[in-house]
Write a protein that binds this ligand. Sequence first.
Ligand SMILES: Nc1nc2c(ncn2[C@@H]2O[C@H](COP(=O)(O)OP(=O)(O)O)[C@@H](O)[C@H]2O)c(=O)[nH]1
Ligand SMILES: [Mg+2]
Length: 382
Amino acid sequence: MARTDDWFNESFRDEYDQQNAALGRFNLALFGKTGVGKSTLINAIFGEEVARTGIGEPVTQGSHLYLDRVGHLGIVDTRGLEIGTHDREILRELDKVIKDSRKLPLSEQIHVAWYCVRGMDRRFEESEAEFIRRLDELGLPVIVVFTQVPRRNGHYHPDTVALAEQVVAKRLPIESGRPYMTFAKADDFAGQESYGLQDVLDATFRCAPEGVHGALTAAQEIDLSRKNAEAQKVIGVAVASAGGAAAVPIPFSDATLLVPIQLGMMAKVAHLYKIKFDRAALMAVVTTTAATQAGRATFTGLLKMVPGAGTIVGGAIGAGVATSFTYAMGQAWLRVCQQVHAGRLAGIDGALDNEQLRDMFVAEFRKRLPHKDKSKATVRAP
Ligand SMILES: Nc1nc2c(ncn2[C@@H]2O[C@H](COP(=O)(O)OP(=O)(O)O)[C@@H](O)[C@H]2O)c(=O)[nH]1
Ligand SMILES: [Mg+2]
């Protein structure tokens, strides 16, 4: 029995690592003077975890460009060089990094730059415009973000509007040709709620290459509908593969053929919701084994819950069963991941409530199985 668990854990880890690499990393270059609110903005969009690390490492030896890696996100910023003062050095180092990384995989390249300006600063200098033009020449899409912009009744502070007009008048090579207004963290005293983050994120998706949209989807914390949509895509691909694998019906005893497909699907969805390996593996074991009454039989045990499984052509699983089974599993697992991500299944100590986890998975799984023949809902394997 323990061996089954070991095998399961190992297989899950393989898939987890593989999907981690496949999802890659979205790398953002972050510019703006100290104190404008860069860290606050990053935290608001990508979660607290990012700021807490804040150590990073020089991109190359002796470089002032630092790369912080947190899961599927990389943040490149400058340390010891101040924008406005050391622009030339920054651009020189950036130029080198970008040229050197051209031969590297997409995940090692810098994809988008955010240039942050405090919205209440009254000046936007020509040197800043020049810096932005240079970023564009280096091939970096630039999004100008105005931070800490007071807004009342849908109107931005007039000083910020004036500043935005200055920027627009310069006709810079920036996303949408204008700054994005934000207030990243609510200020209760001033009665200012946060806003503008979704627009910055959407603009970032528009600028980033398709190949890192998955990583960006996983890294960001504010748009759960993007996570859900991406998870649905993952499930769709797995369902199609499962159908393909069983196009010629496979014997029930070979249902393990479907396991790598399903583990890969579960691992990928777990990454989208930033569920760490240990927790994800535990969730997978708790849900897929417990769902089977039989205990530890995992996937084949789950299969017994599928109406019609094992009854078709001498105990073979056809494409229909394989797809409905994989779909039900994917949706049930997605639901579990969403709830865990939202912190709804953890006690005060952060430990997961296994019983709740299991009940939710089973309920969601059953809900999605074909209902046409309830009497055979627990067909036995031959
Ligand atoms: N309430 C609130 N405070 C902010 C916001 N942006 C920045 N701050 C504050 O301004 C200070 C500097 O922000 P920080 O993010 O560290 O700036 P950075 O140097 O550009 O990373 C901190 O005390 C933040 O709490 C915001 O959107 N809302
Ligand atoms: Mg900072």
